[in-house]
Design a protein around this ligand. Structure first.
Ligand SMILES: Cc1ncc(C[n+]2csc(CCOP(=O)(O)OP(=O)(O)O)c2C)c(N)n1
Ligand SMILES: CC(=O)[C@@H](O)[C@H](O)COP(=O)(O)O
Ligand SMILES: [Mg+2]
Length: 628
């Protein structure tokens, strides 16, 4: 690999290239990207789609003085390669490696961190206003996808930005895709703009006019050039963005470097809010990704030649178990409906969508709306099951409290990707939901130990619960172990896996597996069989059991896939402290910090939450009483 890309070692080096070289640079970038992402995995399709857009932006604007804010940030790989991180690219999304998202700590060219969608316009506006207050005159650009443009926060920001007479550019990268196909009225509106030829007409009109002027003098020509340039900036009727106060430019071909370079040159330094609508193709330039952009949105390692995945194909994922059970529940109960916020395939909801299209709602990237919409449905006797990634539900904290729990409405939250998710890192780790849900009055929170229990809990949540209920389960292959433990689910009741004295290990959800491994190691080390418990309910806790333990156990350990503060263990401690019990409780959980990227197993190991790590921590704690 080499040539032009080798000349780009640091931010701004791209500007040393000749304009005629940029097409070749784009080709090299695509090869580089595919060759590396096929090994590391990552958000390939979105990045292939923005190669020319990123090159044009970074060729015209002056980084790092000019600020580019990437929405979600999953499409910032080309930006990373062009801003000094090419050599580190093999470590993308790996433990201690390059982040898959913009990170100001990684480079001065990364202005604002992201991972969750629809934040770019707000953040960029803040950056632009700070610039104005500080008397600077750099450009500020938000790059947002059409999927992210369905998030409410983007409109709060447009509403605010449209009245500012300041240098502020929004690039709307429209590939008609979210992860799955984009949905909703905004998507339709963008489609009507995409297919309009008004921008082309203006350009063509100019060409016709110019060709008709005989013996064009240089001065006239220059005036016409200016007219043509400003023609691109003309108010185009019908684009919703104009109503917000933005000057709308588009649609522009996002794979045509020349066109984009010309437009960016024109808008650079303009003192008003401008929105440039750029049309791109997700997966551009790599056939498997162009053909199946949903799959290549976020992909694991794959064979570059065929696009086929590489690596172990274990059993069904937790999401697949959820999806299959939902079809069964939907068949039995016509009141059950499914809701997703643009994560239909990720949450395993596709079969339900196919089976019950009229009972399935993709609300787009709108977790807040999805939650309140569910509350509305529940208020009328429908049973909504909102499948949502743990970290994205953070968005809807107020809606969960104010619209669901306060009214004690029967909304079922199927919380996918709860706990450590791995390579997406800090922004996506689902390690807060136990802390932000279990203290809300009326909310029931359950965690399954295995696939069977997830199904049982869903059945329980849908058919037996009366109020708000959340079932949380992790990313990855569903656990099948403990198949012989099938006690029926009962409100607030834990499941005893192994009786014992002296030591009790209370496990949350899938952490039971690591906890059992640790217990076996303790036994092997000469400790009398500790008690092992699958808690099942994190809220309400099995208080009867907790009280009983105070008579038989000297040491109580809690194990969970969540941060320590406010989590399962914290609740157990609180119970004992409130009741004035004298017990020795140790919480084994992730430390109270943002947890970095890495594979799930690497992170469980690093934080001592794999079987061996739990064993060591327990051994340390038991100390002088060890072995008795
Ligand atoms: C709040 C939030 N919800 C959901 C997601 C998951 N997610 C990541 S990218 C994406 C699609 C974004 O589509 P778009 O902005 O059009 O980008 P594209 O991948 O098409 O370039 C979704 C739903 C997220 N990152 N943040
Ligand atoms: C960028 C983003 O938010 C999603 O693409 C996310 O990375 C998907 O995660 P999963 O791979 O766990 O579905
Ligand atoms: Mg898109």
């Amino acid at each position: 690999m080499g040539g032009l890309l080798d000349k780009i070692q640091t931010t701004g080096d791209i500007k040393k290239l000749k304009k005629e070289e940029l097409d070749s640079l784009c080709k090299e970038l695509r090869c580089f990207l595919i060759q590396h992402v096929c090994k590391t995995g990552g958000h390939l399709a979105s990045n292939l789609g923005v190669v020319e857009l990123t090159v044009a932006l970074e060729y015209i604007f002056n980084l790092p003085e000019d600020k580019i804010v990437w929405d979600v940030g999953h499409q910032a790989y080309i930006h990373k390669i062009l801003t000094g991180r090419k050599n580190n690219f093999p470590s993308l999304r790996q433990l201690d490696g390059l982040s898959g998202f913009p990170k100001p700590g990684e480079s001065e060219a990364d202005v604002f961190a992201a991972g969750h969608s629809s934040t770019s316009i707000s953040a960029a506006l803040g950056i632009a206003k700070a610039r104005d207050l500080q008397g600077k005159n750099n450009n500020v650009i938000a790059v947002i996808g059409d999927g992210s443009m369905t998030g409410g926060l983007a409109y709060e920001a447009l509403n605010n930005a449209g009245r500012e007479k300041t240098n502020f550019i929004v690039i709307l990268n429209d590939n008609q895709m979210s992860i799955d196909h984009n949905v909703g009225a905004i998507s339709k509106h963008l489609n009507s703009l995409r297919t309009s030829n008004r921008y082309r007409t203006l350009k063509d009109n100019f060409k016709q006019f110019r060709d008709q002027v005989p013996l064009l003098g240089k001065a006239t020509y220059l005036v016409l050039e200016k007219v043509r340039d400003s023609a691109k900036l003309l108010f185009i009727e019908g684009a919703v963005f104009e109503e917000f106060g933005f000057k709308y430019i588009g649609p522009v071909d996002g794979h045509n470097l020349e066109e984009m370079i010309e437009i960016f040159q024109n808008v650079k330094d303009m003192q008003e809010p401008i929105l440039i609508h750029v049309k791109t193709t997700k997966g551009k330039g790599y056939l498997p990704a162009e053909t199946n952009p949903g799959h290549f949105h976020g992909v694991g390692p794959f064979d570059m030649k065929t696009g086929n995945g590489i690596g172990k194909s274990g059993g069904p994922s937790w999401s697949a178990v959820f999806g299959k059970k939902m079809v069964e529940l939907g068949k039995k109960n016509p009141n059950v409906v499914g809701i997703t916020a643009a994560m239909c395939s990720g949450t395993g909801f596709e079969d339900f969508q196919t089976a019950f299209p009229e009972r399935f709602f993709d609300v787009a990237i709108a977790e807040q709306h999805g939650t309140t919409f569910s509350a509305g449905l529940a208020s009328q006797g429908i049973v909504p099951v909102f499948a949502v990634y743990s970290s994205f539900l953070q968005r809807a904290y107020d809606q969960v409290i104010h619209d669901v729990c306060m009214e004690n409405l029967h909304v079922v939250f199927a919380i996918d990707r709860a706990g450590i998710v791995g390579a997406d890192g800090e922004t996506h780790q689902g390690v807060f939901d136990l802390s932000f849900l279990t203290h809300i009055p009326n909310m029931t929170v359950l965690s399954p130990k295995n696939a069977w229990e997830l199904e049982e809990m869903l059945e329980y949540a849908v058919n037996e619960c009366k109020g708000p209920v959340a079932v949380r389960y992790p990313r990855g292959t569903a656990e099948m172990g403990f198949a012989e433990y099938k006690a029926p689910i009962q409100l607030g009741k834990a499941e005893i896996i192994q009786n014992g004295n002296g030591i009790a290990v209370l496990a949350e959800g899938h952490m039971l597996h690591a906890a059992q491994e640790a217990v076996k190691l303790l036994e092997k080390d000469g400790v009398d069989a500790p008690m092992l418990v699958n808690m099942r309910f994190i809220s309400p806790l099995d208080e009867e059991l907790l009280e009983k333990l105070t008579f038989s156990c000297k040491h109580i350990f809690t194990v969970e896939d969540n941060l320590r503060k406010g989590g399962f263990g914290s609740k157990v401690l609180e119970f004992y402290s409130d009741g004035g019990y004298q017990v020795n409780v140790t919480n084994l959980a992730f430390p109270d910090q943002f947890i970095e990227q890495g594979s799930q197993s690497q992170l469980f190991f690093r934080y001592g939450l794999d079987g061996e790590g739990i064993f060591r921590k327990m051994k340390d704690k038991i100390g002088e009483n060890y072995g008795r």
